[in-house]
Ligand binder design. Sequence first.
Ligand code: PGA
Length: 253
Amino acid sequence: MRQKIVAGNWKMNKNYEDGLTLAKDVIEGLTVDHCTVVLGTPFIHLKAVSEIVKNVENVYSSAQNCSSEPEGAYTGEVSAEMIKSSGADYIIIGHSEWRAYFNEADEVLAKKIDLTLQNNLIPILCCGETLEERETEQHFTTVKRQINNALFHLSEDQLKNIVIAYEPVWAIGTGKTATPEQAQEMHQHIRSLISDRFGDGIADDLSILYGGSCKPSNATELFSQKDLDGGLIGGASLNASDFIEIIANLKDY
Ligand code: PGA
C-alpha cells in the first residue's frame, strides 16, 4: 500500500527552544490517522524532537542530511549511524540546496542512500530541475539522471524503503508552485522510471512527495493528483497551524 506522507523541512530555522515548541505545537494540534507526518529538523534538535514524537502514532523525526562516509576524520559531519542513535527514522537526501551550494554530486548521494539504508533509516531522496532546465525542456532528462544515479544500484527490497520528493528548484522558497498538472506529469514520469527498473508493484507502492512553495491554499489541488502522495514542506512547516492544515488537506486523497 502506498503511504501518504507530509514531511516538514525546517532547514536552518528555529533555535533549540523554538524548535521544540514548534514540534510540541504540531503534535498537540494533530489528529492523524490518514498519513505519516515527518519533522525534518536541524541536527541540534533531532534527539529531543525524536523523544517528543516517540510515542505519538504516525509521527516521526528526520535529519536533513548525513555524511557520505560512515565515520572518521570528517570534522563537522554527522553520520547516518549517529542520526539513527538519536532516535530519528528518516533522512532527507539530495536536497537541491545541497546540490547547489555544496556541489553535491549524484555519486555522493548514492553513498548517502546506502548508508541511510544500512542504518535502517528511510531516505527521502529529493530530485528536481532548475528553471533553466525546465525552460529548455530538459526537466524529464534531469530527473531521470538524478533518480538513475542515486537509486538504480539498489535491490528491489531496498527500493521498498525509499521515499522520493520531487522539488522543482524554481518553486522552492519562491512562492511559485508547479501547477498540479506539471507536478502530476513529473510524478508519473518518476513512477514509470521506477516501474521500468524495479517493476510495477514496487512503483505502485512508492510514495512520491511534492515540494516547492506548498502551502494550505494550494495543497488540496496538488494532493488531488493521482501520483502525488503528500508533500515536503519548507517555509509552511515553520508555522504549526499552516503545517497542520496542509496535513489535513491530504485527508481526502
Ligand atoms: P518551500 O521548501 O516549501 O519553502 O518551498 C520546500 C523544500 O525546500 O523542501
